[in-house]
Design a protein around this ligand. Structure first.
Ligand SMILES: [Fe+2]
Ligand SMILES: [Fe+2]
Length: 184
């Protein structure tokens, strides 16, 4: 079973998101986990599992992924399927990395106040790894040049996270993240 899972993942992993994005989200997630005092084992697990956070985008059409400008409500619905799809790719595995990846894939768009997707989970209902990767993923999206947006200046990005701590993001994750940036 593991061979089938890993072959499938190899095929899809780098097809839709840039390798740079995947590597930065993975590294940033591990840094936050370390700053939160998680064990080395968990830090390494998050680092490896976060690589799979967007693997479900494999089945989202390129036209949507690369659309310059806001998505229509119907398009957003299709885009949002990537979370549960990624989970379904990974959850058939027995490997701890893929299983952690499954939680991360499913929950990295959940938000602390319940406004996220796919399930609208709130606060600690969201797996800690999902809460950490959420911050790393948004951070990388904000500082990067995307077809639909210009990069934000770092100050503005850090301000966003400080302002949305306890609203969109787990306050403990944000505290660790801001500490890494010398802001706490
Ligand atoms: Fe995503
Ligand atoms: Fe991502």
């Amino acid at each position: 079973m593991e061979g089938v899972v890993s072959k499938r993942l190899d095929a899809v992993l780098y097809s839709k998101e840039t390798q740079e994005h995947i590597a930065r989200v993975s590294a940033c997630s591990a840094e936050i986990a370390g700053a939160m005092g998680l064990t080395d084992g968990e830090v390494q697990l998050i680092k490896k599992a976060a690589v799979y956070h967007d693997v479900g985008k494999h089945e989202v059409p390129d036209a949507l992924l690369n659309k310059p400008g806001p998505l229509t409500p119907d398009e957003r619905k299709i885009m949002e399927t990537h979370a549960a799809r990624g989970w379904s790719y990974l959850m058939v595995s027995i490997s701890p990395i893929y299983l952690a990846g499954a939680e991360i894939a499913k929950q990295h768009h959940e938000r602390w106040n319940g406004s996220g997707y796919p399930e609208g989970l709130k606060g600690p209902q969201i797996h800690l790894y999902g809460r950490i990767v959420a911050v790393a993923d948004v951070y990388d999206a904000l500082i990067s040049d995307r077809v639909y947006k210009k990069p934000w200046p770092l100050d503005q990005v850090l301000h966003h996270f400080a302002e949305m701590s306890g609203i969109l993001y787990d306050p403990e994750v944000i505290q660790a993240f801001l500490r890494l940036h010398g802001r706490v």
